[in-house]
Design a protein around this ligand. Sequence first.
Ligand code: NDP
Length: 780
Amino acid sequence: MNVIDIFLTMEYGPAPESDKNAQEFLDQHDRRFGLFINGEWTEGENHFPSLNPATGETLAQISEASTAQVEAAVAAAKSAYPSWSQLSGHERAKYLYALARQIQKHSRLFAVLETLDNGKPIRETRDIDIPLVARHFYHHAGWAQVMEQEFPNFESIGVIGQIVPWNFPLLMLSWKIAPALAMGNTLVLKPAEQTSLTALLFAEICQEIGLPKGVVNIITGHGSVGEALTLHPDVQKIAFTGSTEVGKKIRRNTAGSSKKLSLELGGKSPFIVFEDADLDSTVEGIVDAIWFNQGQVCCAGSRLLVQESIAEKFYVKIKNRIQKLVLGSPLDKGIDMGALVSEEQWNTVNGFVERAKAEGLEYWQVENCPTKGCYFPPTLFPYVSPASEIAQEEIFGPVLVGMTFRSHQEAIKLANNTRYGLAASLWTENINLALDVAPKIKAGTVWINTTNVFDAASGFGGYRESGFGREGGKEGLYEYIKPKSTKSSSGFTIHNKEVNLRSYIDRTPKMYIGGKQARPDSGYSIKVSNPAGQTVGEVGEGTRKDIRNAVEAAHAQSGWAGMTGHARAQVLYFIAENLSARAEEFEQRLVEASGYSGKDAKLEVEKSLERIFTYAAYADKFDGRVHSTTSRHVTLAMHEPVGILGVVCPKEYPLLGMISLVLPAIAMGNRVIVLPSETSPLSTTDFYQILDTSDVPGGTVNIITGDHKSLTTELAKHFDVDGIWYFSDKQNAETLEKLAADSMKRTWIESEYDWLQNPLQKEFLRKATEVKNIWIPYGA
Ligand code: NDP
């Protein structure tokens, strides 16, 4: 055998990481763990095994928390809250810093334990998961330190319930716990039943650093434990990562409870390869996108979209590359892929693959796959139709499906052809093309010529059914704080004395849809009276059909979102100009229809004008950020409009309330369907004449009058409405949030607000936007 032969036939030898320390850690606990409640360990009533999915061996027995134990954990967090939230930011920063230091000091133990419990390669836990965990605690120690300066009008929320999945057990824990503690909250966290061990080791670290008792509580168990946590009345916010199905259930369970909610759910993220991409790097990108963590990644690039002109050549490269992926013991430092998390997950993935094979779809699979343990071979279905089950459903395993496209427009359409919107990855050497396509993809994160990169300084989260809320970055911290009091201190006095009616009683304002006055589809009108009982006019009684027409009109007006902030500001200033010209008429309307004094009516119109100016000013000033992420990336946090918003106005302040809601929404590029004040709709309906004369493109603002309860229900059920701002009767909130779960609409519900002072003026802009993080690597 000569040197060349030896070189060509050379095999990598095994490079096993020792699990001695991790096994000792388990032995020290007699392989049986309790619950961490109020800084102490409590035995669960029942136990269940935690398995090593690569070998099938039982690692330890984990406690199943009882209902009483869930309550005890919440009670501990509740009693720890007052003193923890009142610590200075600096004091909290020191605890977070200590946690980061301890995690670094025990990093190898954490990495090995995670690998044993989850089946993921040691290379990933050692080099990605655990360093990022430490980074999250360091980064958020900094946010604790500067909280008062950075969020002067905000405060902590209270007790937070946190539920994490099994795919990145400790990393997801850190994404949840670090920001919650930094902002002064206390918490109860439930890890996934399959992977509780690193969370329990983390609890020991909390003890070691002397974290005050009850600030962090870790309770283990099955889904029912998580459910009990979400239903507990003393939990003020739920932060959940997991499946869309469970996310929807939690949304329904918490509807109407005023609990804050953030949901990081599933995805079916596109990986788009344009014909000018550097194909060799792109192939490596695919390995990271779908075979990292065995494909059990919520933002895995699981849908490969390749430009037709290079598809054949590109598939050959992928085929060659996947045959070289090495599967084996997750503790071996030389392997690329370990085992899936459980037999159940293996069966789910296999089910998808078998059904696709039965459909007759062509596929390639890696041949060298261990047969013992939950190993699944990397799989590619290169030619799949967009409607096929494996192209639409999240598989959560190492299975890639491919499709081709011809034009850029087709690539965007295919990319957005999903109910999800978590992430996307674009590959092209043309920066103009990349930056043109990135904003058009409906996803919270877009990676350009890179994939699956994360950092504590950048937000992460979804659009559509991938959930709402962000984790990481400044944007993620808003999930763990609430505005300081915003309630109105003094309102106007509403008079119920009869007034001289100058308006014409027989004038029936119509609804306003697509820039045109529209009669209600029902053919019915409702009488509107003032507080003295005098009939002051009639408005149309809107129905489902009117909502549908308004949503259609809003949809057609996509140009509004594409206008520059400057151009939108011009239109908004024009609205102010036209309202100013008719100020007296609007004042008179408020006196006659709403029981205002002349002085109050004047003030409401003046404030309305001022508010329009404010949001016209912000139209080109509510900038995003460039995040300082650790790797060599420019990470652009861009503000994008949410899309189509339903805006349900308060009964009081009929003009000012409506303007305070509609103007920030349209300033940011949203289109709105407005339900004006239920009791005093006339000043709002007159407002469409102002819109008509102000160059507001038809469909940008649509106004439907009628019963709030039934119209809000229709808005909530409509799959093309992306969010609802609801400031009307609180009793409808529960139904609204339950219905909104079906399409994961963002909802914002407030029953009282200080409309005169508008203390949250920027909060309206934040709620009117989604943050999209675009990662662009640099380096020659
Ligand atoms: P789940 O959504 O069922 O579980 C996630 C977490 O929620 C776990 O801690 C789970 O507890 C808990 N949980 C389950 N039911 C409830 C409930 N009703 N109320 C509150 N908490 C609950 O995901 P699975 O682990 O079962 O995985 C199923 C599928 O979900 C995967 O195949 C994948 O498609 C997707 N998934 C997506 C993730 C993502 O990051 N987007 C992460 C993980 C899974 P327990 O584990 O004890 O049942």
